[in-house]
Design a protein around this ligand. Structure first.
Ligand SMILES: [Zn+2]
Length: 200
């Protein structure tokens, strides 16, 4: 196999901003990034619906606006919310993509990174199926590492942050079980990409 064929085959983000080997579930919850905004930040989240339950397909349904809000008492409070992230990494490591990386997904809300507001404008949001109360799976770290490396090849990313880093006091995810040192080590991204990690 020559190099050209190999590069076409390897998973990558295509010309429309979609990861070639992700499960595509296009969400209507997105808009254009503001003029000139390119993604420079990866935001790591956790989500589970209902909380701590990893057996449902409710995250996808929520992001696709097809959630049955009567199916669980917790879902009642999600009525009318329109939310999305670019990617969701399921417990088994499956990567699902809901919004093109070129578009602005609705994952961070009111947020600020290094003095710059509205992180959705310039970030790519990755949700790990999980919670603040339970460890993540090895398959999820492997998928997140792979995904982060693919994203930085395509976009001028220079930082990775948790939702709690950019919305302190309002958000707690990805939570105390998320192993930032493991991500930093496995991704081999420079220390400067992790401004919220101390002692590196
Ligand atoms: Zn979050």
């Amino acid at each position: 196999m020559n190099a050209h064929a190999a590069s076409k085959r390897d998973p990558h983000i295509d010309a429309q901003g979609w990861l070639t080997d992700a499960t595509r579930l296009p969400s209507p919850n997105f808009e254009a990034r503001p003029d000139g905004a390119v993604p420079t930040l990866i935001v790591v989240h956790n989500i589970s619906l209902p909380p701590d339950d990893f057996t449902t397909d409710a995250i996808a349904e929520f992001f696709l606006n097809t959630l049955d809000h009567d199916a669980h008492p917790y879902f009642d409070q999600l009525r009318g919310m329109r939310v999305s992230a670019h990617f969701v990494i399921r417990r088994d490591g499956e990567i699902r993509q809901f919004v093109s990386c070129d578009e602005r997904a609705w994952h961070a809300g009111v947020s600020s990174f290094c003095g710059r507001e509205r992180c959705n404008d310039f970030s790519i949001g990755i949700e790990l199926e999980g919670s603040d109360r339970l460890p993540f799976e090895d398959a999820q770290y492997a998928a997140l590492t792979r995904l982060a490396r693919i994203i930085v090849k395509r976009y001028p990313i220079d930082a990775v942050a948790g939702h709690s880093d950019i919305a302190p006091g309002r958000k707690t995810d990805p939570g105390p079980h998320f192993d930032w040192q493991r991500l930093r080590h496995d991704s081999a991204l420079p220390p400067s990409f992790f401004p919220f990690l101390s002692n590196i």
